[in-house]
Design a protein around this ligand. Structure first.
Ligand code: FES
Length: 132
C-alpha cells in the first residue's frame, strides 16, 4: 500500500502545535509544496496547488483554511475544498479535486509515503523559504 521509502516530514507534536505544515518537495520531478494537517484526528496531505489557477492555496494569505477553519481555501479567488476528500466545493470548481499525497503517522512522527514525492530539503520549512 505504501512505499517503503518513508520520508520524514515533522513530529506529531510539531504538527499539533501548528494549524498546518508546508513542506517543500518535488512531485513527479516538479518543484511544489505540500500542505499537511490534522483533520478528524487523522493526518492528511495534499499538494498545495489550487485546481482553479494552479496557485498555492496560501498565495495571498498566511493560511490554507477558510475563515472558520473548517475547509481548505485558496486565498486567490476563494475556492473551497473538502479537507477529507480534497473535492472542490465551489460551484465553478465542481468535479475538481486537490491532489492527495500519501502520509502516515508512526510513533510520533509523520512521513510522506508517496513514491512520487521527494523532499527537497528536510531542514528547510516554509518559514525559511520565500513564497514563489
Ligand atoms: S487560483 Fe485558487 S481560487 Fe483561483
Amino acid at each position: 500500500m505504501y512505499s517503503d521509502d518513508l520520508q520524514f516530514i515533522c513530529t506529531s507534536d510539531k504538527l499539533t502545535s501548528l494549524d498546518y505544515f508546508i513542506s517543500h518537495i518535488e512531485y513527479r520531478e516538479k518543484k511544489a509544496t505540500a500542505v499537511i494537517f490534522y483533520h478528524q484526528d487523522r493526518v492528511r496531505a495534499y499538494l498545495n496547488s489550487c485546481r482553479h489557477g494552479e496557485r498555492r492555496l496560501d498565495c495571498e494569505a498566511d493560511t490554507v483554511f477558510n475563515a472558520n477553519g473548517q475547509l481548505l481555501s485558496c486565498s486567490m479567488h476563494g475556492f473551497e475544498f473538502d479537507p477529507t476528500s480534497g473535492e472542490c466545493l465551489s460551484p465553478k470548481g465542481s468535479g475538481k479535486k486537490l491532489q492527495p499525497v500519501q502520509v502516515i503517522e508512526k510513533e510520533g512522527r509523520i512521513y510522506f509515503a508517496d513514491k512520487h514525492i521527494r523532499i527537497i530539503d528536510p531542514l528547510k520549512t516554509d518559514q525559511d523559504i520565500p513564497l514563489e
